[in-house]
Structures are given as C-alpha cells and as structure tokens.
Design a protein around this ligand. Structure first.
Ligand SMILES: [Zn+2]
Length: 387
C-alpha cells in the first residue's frame, strides 16, 4: 500500500468513533487508537497529564423573537440571565474597525457584535476589549452549516457570551441591518467551564545522536463532526511517519499527540510547561494540523531557522508549497514552542479548504496523493535535520 493510501485508511479508522471533543468517547477512542498503534510495534506509550478548562453549554439565540440555530463558541462566558441587546455589524472586528463604528456613533457597549471573521479567536477578544456585551460569529458559507470556533488562545475563559450561526442566517441578518432595520437579539448560554485533567500521548524513540526532534499533532476535534482534515489527518500522518522512521538512527525522536488544542492550545502549553528545562534539546517541532483534503493547498508555516532547509527539501522532491513565517500565525500547537524560541514547522492548508471546524470535514474528502506528499516532505525534512 502507498503511504498516502495508508494514511487515508488510518484517517477513516480515527474518525470511526465520531467527534473527538475532549471528555467524550471519541477522544478516548483516539487516545487508545494512538496507544495501540505504537504498542503493537513494541514501543512504550506515556500519557502525560495537563490541566484544561472543559466546556459544555446549552445555547439559545432569538433575533426579533425568532429562534436561530446556533453553536456556542468554546470558552465564551455563560449568561446569568438571558442577554437581550441590539445587534451591531462589526465586520472582521479588527480594533480599528470597532473604533470606527464608535466614531460613527454606533455604541458597541451593551450591543451584541456580529462578525464574519472566520478566526473567532481573533475577533472575540477584540469585541471583549471594546466593551461589547456579546459576540456572534457568522460561518462563511451561504447554506445552513455552522462552523465551531474558540474564543481565545490564551487559555482564559471569555468574559462575554459568544455564539456561531450559519452563513444563511448571518447574511439575512446583515441584509436587514444594512437596510436600516434595528434588530434586537437574545442570547442564552447555560453551562459550565471547569478545571479538568487531560492527557497528551507521548512516545519516545531514543537515538544515538544529540538533540531531539518532536513530531506532533492534536488528536482532539470540535464536537460538531468527525473532522478528518482537522486533525485525524495529522494523527494518521504522525503514525505513518513513525513507521517510516522505525530504523532512524539520528537524534532522538518524540511523537507527541496533544489534547485540547481546539479549546485553545492547552495540551501543547502543558507539555511546554512540564518540559521547560529540556526545551533547548529540541532541534525542531514538526507539527501537523489541518491539511490533506482534495480542496486544500499545502501551506507550511515555518520559523526563520528552518526556512532554507524546508525550501530545499520541497524543491528536491518537486513539492509545490506556499510558505508563511511563524510567528505571527499562532493557531496550532507549534505556537507554544515558538514562543519559547524553539524552531518549528507547521503543515497546514492555510485556509484554502474552508470546511474545517464544520460537519463537512469528512474522511471521503481526503486525498491520498496530497497526504502522501506531506508525509514524503516531512520524512525528508527529518532526515535532513538528522544529518
Ligand atoms: Zn486543528
């Protein structure tokens, strides 16, 4: 079987138990599945604990008295009593956009700000900072699909309630606001945010040379689908790579599968905290998150130190890649390492397939050829970094 077909098969198996939201049977299935994949090769598997905020909400939204389907934004605040407030269109909700609204006489304080920024973790904190009373994120499609998102990446619970709605509902609301209608919405989020213990799955492969290469992917997903691209593809690729690297004799390799990434990078943050005295040993973090569907382009986020070597490897294997530099893009587990000065590479799709975080992210849309390309690229990169 080709590597691409193998990864494709693994993705189907990882997705077979439903969503992998932290604390659900699907997440436990993923942890056991990863453990079995390594134990069956005679490798020792460690479960390293970390703390995260678990999140469960019952939600309700009404616009002008009519119920609108919605999903909570992870880590957004609960409402003690239902919040009723006027809706204000905030666009992307960049700080300047929000300031301009205020200077045009639109009050944001005591308003529910509605946004079409797909990166909720950027828009929500801006609305919170600007004093908004609530936040609604519009999914970027014309139909009834709702995208999930998280409120922030700094592991703090949000201060205001937040919901996601479909593009169809969002467009209808925007049209009415544009035509001058004054709309009032009621949001209710009933639930809890609790300190909880999660695990990262860690497998060490000692090598004869100094240093360590981390090969990583998050195993959790949002609750609203099986999320093949985000991130069963990453988990499957790391497992497949471990088989390709079974006889590797360079520096040590550590395969790390993080939990609670979607909630805001809790697992990788926990790893960095727990191993803070050994981060200097790490030659590179090679992180896989959100790639490999037939609609996606390969995009690679890379820190300065690893840019040249990544480019050489891609050229040698004639792989078409679009690069961006890390930082600033922070939306995956490599971020916690980059902040500590550890070189990192992130294999992603950079938003070229917008089905991530929706129920449309299914195994059937994954492409064995694209998956294979990523595996070949990463394998060659590990070998190059081991010379
Ligand atoms: Zn992801």
């Amino acid at each position: 079987m080709s590597i691409g077909s193998e990864i494709y098969t693994l993705i189907g198996e990882i997705c077979s138990c439903g969503p992998r939201w932290m604390g659900t049977p699907g997440a436990t299935h993923a942890i056991n599945y990863i453990g079995d994949a390594f134990r069956s090769k005679g490798m020792e598997v460690r479960l390293e604990k970390f703390q995260y905020l678990s999140y469960r909400q019952e939600v309700r939204l009404e616009v002008e008295g009519r119920a609108v389907r919605c999903e909570p934004i992870a880590l957004a605040a609960s409402t003690k009593v239902p919040l009723t407030a006027p809706l204000v269109w905030g666009g992307q909700c960049a700080p300047k956009e929000l300031k301009d609204l205020v200077s045009q006489g639109r009050s944001i304080e005591d308003a529910i700000v509605i946004s079409d920024n797909l990166r909720t973790f950027l828009a929500y904190p801006n609305v919170e900072d600007a004093g908004g009373a609530g936040f609604i994120s519009v999914t970027g499609f014309q139909d009834g699909i709702i995208r999930c998102g998280s409120a922030r990446l700094d592991r703090r619970p949000g201060a205001i309630p937040g919901l996601s709605i479909s593009g169809r509902e969002g467009d209808a609301i925007l049209e009415r606001l544009r035509s001058g209608c004054r709309l009032v919405a009621t949001m209710e989020l009933k639930g809890q945010i609790e300190q909880t213990e999660g695990v990262n799955v860690v497998v060490s492969q000692p090598g004869p040379r100094r240093g360590k290469i981390l090969i990583t992917a998050h195993y959790d997903s949002f609750w609203n689908g099986v999320h093949a691209m985000d991130n069963a593809s990453g988990v499957a690729t790391v497992i497949a790579l471990s088989r390709l690297l079974a006889k590797h004799d360079g520096p040590s390799i550590e395969y790390v599968f993080f939990g609670a990434e979607e909630l805001g990078l809790f697992g990788s943050h926990g790893y960095v905290e727990a191993h803070s005295d050994k981060l200097e040993e790490i030659i590179a973090v090679i992180n896989f998150d959100n790639f490999g569907s037939s609609a996606s382009q390969l995009e690679v986020g890379v820190t300065e130190e690893l840019f040249e070597v990544s480019k050489e490897v891609a050229e040698k294997h004639e792989i078409q890649v679009h690069y961006w530099s890390c930082p600033p893009r922070a939306a995956s587990d490599h971020h916690c390492f980059v902040q500590k000065g550890v070189p990192a590479v992130w294999f992603a799709n950079g938003g070229s397939d917008l089905h991530y975080h929706t129920p449309l992210d299914v195994p059937e849309k994954m492409d064995p050829d694209r998956l294979e390309q990523v595996a070949i690229f990463a394998h060659a990169l590990v070998r190059e970094l081991s010379r």
